[in-house]
Design a protein. Structure first.
Length: 276
């Protein structure tokens, strides 16, 4: 009978370990951090195609998997999505991709990218929303529309002037969303979050099922994106060799020219002496 408390204690320890290992990471895990690479601008059309130069779109994107969860749920298995991120001098590009069987889809599915004013992840920090909204998904009337909203106290308000772009397409069971978000923009606008180079920002990826954006959000998760300064192109070895060769040649020609002028001056002095 004395062993009973020991068994109970062991069971409690095992339960605590399982709780820490499985429940805590699921609900309180740190946001996935992206350090995107510099790349060529993709065409925002919901299709992962090829650029005019033959290069695959999103070739240079940083790619990670994250899971979108229902807010407040501890039993939701979540929606697994692929996040692709890259940037250039003027824009940040984000692609959200996931597979979902038709029976689980809604005709007004949408993906929203909410932008924080900093790397803060609390709900009050998310001020800007770029949304790609499906209408009549899976029918012959299927279409998408891009919206730009700003958020005040959880309420979504349509921007007077839209900034950015977005589109989506459905390929079988796979949804492909593409977003273009301006960065390094000096234009003053109190309805958008303009992203600066060299800073880190929090972005909330939201999956929803109707156009009521306050209530239609079904699953979400937050990521951090470091927007670095564009890389400085390093010259090729042959370019360096060519530059050095050109410098040597011109230095040699300059030396020869200087020597030529010097010899002329010496000869002129000698001629002057002879004439005297």
């Amino acid at each position: 009978m004395r062993k009973t408390p020991i068994y109970v204690l062991i069971c409690l320890v095992i339960t605590l370990v399982l709780f820490i290992n499985f429940f805590i990471p699921l609900t309180l895990g740190a946001a996935e951090e992206f350090e995107p690479d510099y790349g060529n601008a993709p065409e925002i059309d919901g299709d992962i195609g090829t650029l005019d130069n033959g290069e695959k779109e999103w070739k240079n994107a940083t790619k990670e998997e994250i899971t979108l969860f229902s807010p407040g749920s501890t039993t939701d298995l979540g929606l697994l999505v692929d996040i692709w991120v890259m940037f250039n001098d003027s824009d940040l590009y984000i692609s959200v991709q996931f597979e979902l069987e038709a029976t689980y889809r809604n005709s007004q599915e949408f993906i929203a990218i909410l932008t924080s004013t900093s790397d803060a992840e609390n709900n009050e920090s998310f001020y800007d929303a770029k949304i790609v909204q499906f209408y009549d998904l899976g029918t012959i009337n299927e279409r998408t529309e891009f919206f730009d909203y700003y958020i005040v106290n959880g309420q979504f308000y349509r921007d007077i002037d839209e900034h950015g772009d977005g589109d989506a397409d459905l390929d079988g069971d796979k949804s492909i969303y593409e977003f273009q978000i301006p960065i390094n923009n000096s234009e003053e606008d109190d309805q958008d979050v303009f992203l600066d180079l060299g800073e880190t920002y929090a972005f909330k990826v939201v999956y929803g099922i109707n156009a009521d954006y306050e209530l239609g959000a079904l699953k979400s998760n937050t990521i951090l994106i470091d927007i670095e300064y564009p890389p400085i192109d390093k010259p090729e070895i042959w370019e360096v060799a060519l530059l050095i060769t050109v410098i040597i040649v011109f230095c040699g020609l300059g030396a020869l020219y200087g020597f030529y002028v010097y010899r002329i001056l010496i000869i002129r002095k000698k001629i002057s002496r002879i004439r005297r």
